[in-house]
Design a protein around this ligand. Structure first.
Ligand code: PMP
Length: 313
């Protein structure tokens, strides 16, 4: 609490930093897309766009930054470096700006207009790599920069850094368990770095091994569902354990798009593409149940996908 004196009045001001606002997101029930389900089956989504950087990746990025500061790997004079065009980059940039940590990100030059503009707005140094080389090209650029000047950078490495999944073990998992009063029966999430599933899934299994974990996967490698990886064809992240989920479900891109429109128009939830995919997977799980509490995660809102004209028909 800080105290401010205004003329003759003394006002108490509760000071909170941006990082205090990460996590503790609402768990929203889905009402209308679930109308075909029996009353004994409910479906909830964790509304992760309530985080200050606008996505679930605030949890991982903040924990990566905090752990690296604690270990001394990230100290004054170092720049945070990673390859990401997505939400993790925006999260690094948000906390980097707030905590005075300079950030350098490598990303393919064809990353969406919205993402590049947001990263520029937050003052990130951007290394744009050849679109034809995809995310691999950005990772290679990062490797070269690290080889050339290792002392200049802290390599955040979201795909291999245990602080990514640990963030979810320490926050997303406990929040979901508490918000459902321990009644959750199924947890459904898409896989990108896999941090959300690995951390939340491990926490939930530790509380109750009967809770089923279901991972949503795009059906093909060129799926356009930003944030998600097609694990069958992609290089596996070091933090990913393919044996943790009890089941995998394949989600077609068109089904995810259709669900994004339904969530906006029927539930008032304007969410991103991976949230549409998560909802499709959660509803497919729920449809097979006689009773249960299915929880999924909606990683971000729809604003960064507005330039995808095909989606908003
Ligand atoms: N959806 C979106 C929009 C994301 O940015 C991410 C992170 N890449 C995910 C889903 C997947 O989350 P995770 O990396 O924790 O698997």
């Amino acid at each position: 609490m800080n105290t401010l004196t205004l003329e003759k009045k003394t006002v108490d001001i509760h000071m909170e930093s941006l990082s205090d606002r990460v996590g503790n997101t609402p768990l929203l029930p889905l009402h209308r897309v679930t109308l075909n389900l029996p009353a004994s089956v409910s479906v909830y989504a964790k509304a992760e766009w309530f985080n200050p950087g606008g996505s679930i990746k605030d949890r991982a990025a903040l924990n990566i930054i905090r752990s690296a500061i604690a270990s001394g790997e990230l100290r004054p004079g170092k720049r945070l470096l990673d390859s990401t065009s997505g939400n993790t980059g925006i999260a690094y940039a948000t906390f980097g700006a707030a905590m005075d940590i300079p950030v350098t990100l490598a990303l393919p030059e064809n990353a969406s207009e919205e993402r590049i503009s947001i990263l520029r707005a937050l003052g990130v140094e951007l290394i744009l790599t050849d679109a034809l080389e995809g995310p691999e090209g950005s990772m290679n650029a990062v490797r070269e920069m690290l080889e050339k000047s290792p002392e200049r950078y802290f390599y955040a490495n979201q795909y291999g850094n245990p602080a990514n999944w640990m963030a979810h073990y320490q926050s997303t998992g406990p929040e979901i368990f508490a918000q459902t009063a321990g009644q959750i029966t199924h947890f459904v999430a898409g896989l990108g770095t896999s941090g959300t599933m690995m951390g939340t899934g491990r926490y939930l299994k530790d509380q109750n091994p009967q809770i089923k974990l279901i991972a949503g996967q795009p059906t093909k490698s060129m799926h356009g569902l930003e944030g998600l990886k097609h694990m069958l064809s992609a290089e596996h992240p070091a933090i990913y354990d393919k044996n943790l989920p009890d089941r995998y479900l394949e989600i077609e891109t068109e089904a995810a798009h259709e669900m994004v429109r339904r969530l906006a128009r029927e539930e008032g939830l304007f969410v991103g593409l991976s949230s549409g995919a998560a909802a499709v997977a959660a509803l497919r799980v729920a449809e097979k149940l006689e009773s249960g509490v299915v929880v999924t995660v909606f990683p971000d809102a729809g604003y960064k996908y507005l330039s995808n004209k095909e989606l908003w028909k």
